[in-house]
Structure formats: structure tokens, C-alpha cells
Write a protein that binds this ligand. Sequence first.
Ligand SMILES: [Zn+2]
Length: 468
Amino acid sequence: MNIEMDKSENQELIELIELVSRLKKENEQLIIRVNELEEKLNIQQNSLLNNNTNSKLKESVLQKTITFDKALPTETPIYKDLTLAEYMLYGRQLILPDLGKSGQLKLKNTSILIVGAGGLGSPAAIYLAAAGVGKLGIVDYDKVEKSNLHRQIIHNETREGISKAQSAKMTIEGLNSLCNCVAYEILLDSLSALEIVQQYDIVVDATDNVATRYLLNDACVISGKPLVSGSALRMDGQLTVYNYKGGPCYRCLFPKPPPPESVLNCADGGILGVVTGVIGCLQALQAIKIATENDESPNNLLIFSATSYPLFRSIKLRSKKKDCVICGDHPSITKLQDYVQFCGSGALDKSPSVKELGREDRIEPKVYHSLRNETPHVLIDVRETVQYDICSLPSSINIPLKDLTKRIEDVKKLLETPNTSVYVICRLGNDSQHAVNILKNYLKGEVKDIIGGLYKWSLEVDQEFPIY
Ligand SMILES: [Zn+2]
């Protein structure tokens, strides 16, 4: 009799275990389905926001998003265990004493927003997805371009012209199908930033412009998220975490934006791909340390220079400033602002066109081409010598803009008569305008800038001339 009872009790227990296990599986599938639908909704809303300039409509769409998000809980589901597939995928890092199973579970339950799918965002996104971060958001308004592939390694040649956010999502899904990747094909602005940032635990700033840095900083301070900020130019890079462990925010360190003309970008200054790779990897590492609560280091600014020894230097940062306008004791900024106006340039002003000269001081490349062999003149190319050595127009003289003032006598010696015409060219037609303004002070004859520089020359006069 007792044996019979034991049997039925056992049976009941087994059935209960099976029921719990089945319900758990159903629950997991429902969570996955909700995530998929949320992702689809995000993409559709973002593309609607992106395509529509009507601010009233934008607001109404955002309003709907907020209402909907409140109705449906959006917090990342708390996973309490790893699946068999995850044990296999992450085995080599699971056995690390610094990570372990608890660290891996934290990664699984973490959501990270990467803003910028370029040189920094590429390695950051790849390593974070591969490491098992549960949800990755990728924001980028731009399209894949071949001239950026030397550093933007999450994309490839076959994806030229498609959205960088979508291309990054494709790579991530191919690398780790367990990562829930959300692509935002938008230019982040003060209307959309807070809404998106609030949905993530950590934000990675992988952008290349000052306006977005301030925007992300303010959005992270307002919503209480750590901001892993990286930058790279030429052979150098930097890494800092803002708004983290009582440390400073970006505004504590840089209360005022630099003048727009002093900011050099990768298109003008150049960049070695592997330098962005180093910084992007460090951003991924830092985000993992924050997610797994494994970061004992004090707040610091890490400076990397590929041409220095040692390669890295670290500067300890002070705590946040008491009088900071956003993270201080009495903040005057409590909502997002117009950052393009604040900084004098925005994310779209990659190489802002300079308009220093009047029409009378400028000449179209085609017009210059027609008089090139007819009229005696001097053509000065004011690019850096390294660029002049890449390609140049025959008979042009290279005097880099920074040396022009001290080499005025050299210019005068080149003139047949004091009234000989001088034309000035550069890569895009900005520096050449500065140069004309300098030369006009010293020369008697006409001095003109060739509009649009060698770039326009290549498009309109000589298609065989290299564009770089
Ligand atoms: Zn601050």
C-alpha cells in the first residue's frame, strides 16, 4: 500500500516538474516573440520618424511610443539560467574566474546601445554581441561607403549603399543569433535620444562629432546611464566613462564646445583603421566590465597614441563638478536642447563648406581648365605634403597652408611679373579660401580659389584624377 502511495506521489511530482518546465519554455518563447515584435515596431517607428520632417507628426509618433511602452513592460527579461547552446558558445569565457556563470548571466540580462556603426562601433558591436550581451541597439543614419571599410569592419563591399545600422545588425545576427539586435536608422536628436537611451542599461558613444557627444552626455545624465565614450583621429585615441561611479560627465570636462572650425574629422585629418579598432575594443571591454560589475578602476581618461611609447597613458579624473550645469548640485539643464545650435555644427557637417570669399575671388574648375594652357599663372596647392604626394596637378607648386605666411617671398619669386595671376587649390576648396585671403594681403595681381578643389576637378574635368 505504502509502495503504491509512493508511486502515485512520485508520478505527481514528475508531472509537476514537467508542467513547470513546459510553462517555462512557453514563457521564454513568448518573451522572444515580444522582443521580436518590439524590434519590428522600433524599426517601423524609427523609419517613420526619420522620413518625416513634420515635427508635429514626430511628436505624435513619439507620444504613441511612450504610451505603448508604458502599457507593455519593456525591461529586459531577467534570465536566471543559461541554455545549453549558451554553455557551448561561451564556454571559453565562462571558465574565467573574473566572469564565471554569474557574469555571463549578467551579460545576458544587459542591454547596450551603441551610437555609431563606424570605426569605433564596428569592433565594439562585434565583441559585445560575441560575448553574449542580451540586447544590442545600433544607431546610425548613414550608409555603407567603400572609403570607410578600412576601419568600419562590421560592413563589407557587397553592402555598399545600404544602411549602416541594418548592415551591422546583419553581421551581428550572423555572428550570434542569440543576441537581440535592434537597428535604428536615424540621426539621433533631442527628440529621439532620451526615448531610446532609456531603454538600455549602458550607452557606448562611438560617434565622431561634438554635437552628438553633448546630446548623448545629457541624455545619459538625465536617465542615469553610464556613457562609455571613445574617440580616434589619425594615430591617436581616447577612452573615458562618463556619468559613472560619481565621476564627471562630458560637460564637467568640456563645459563649452570647441569652435566648429577647430574640430578635425577623419575625412580631413585621416585615421588608421586599427587605431579605431583599439579604442572600439576597449569600449567593448569597458562596457563588459560595467555590465558584470567587475570594474574596480578609478574614473580615468585613457590616452592611446600609436606613435608614442608607452602606447597608453592614464589620467585620473576628479569627481563630478558640483557646479556642472547638468550633473551638478543645482543643474540648469533638465531636458535635452538644440545641440547643433549649441555646438555650431551637427553630425551631418562632416566637412562643412567654408564660404569666406566672394564670387569675384573664385573660379570654377572647368573655367580654370580652359585657361590653364593659355594664361600665364601660378597654381599653388596648399594641401599637406603627404596629400600632395598622393596626387597633384602638373605644374602646381606645393606650399602647405600652415607654411604660407612665412613663404610669401617664395611665392613672389614664382611670379613672372608682379601682376601674374595666382590660383589656389586644395582637396575640397576650404583651405584654398583661407589661403586666398592670406595671399591677397601681399600680392598685386588677381588671386583666386578653385571652387570645390581637386574633388570637384575630378568630378567635372578629369575623371581619371584620384578621389581620396
Ligand atoms: Zn557634469
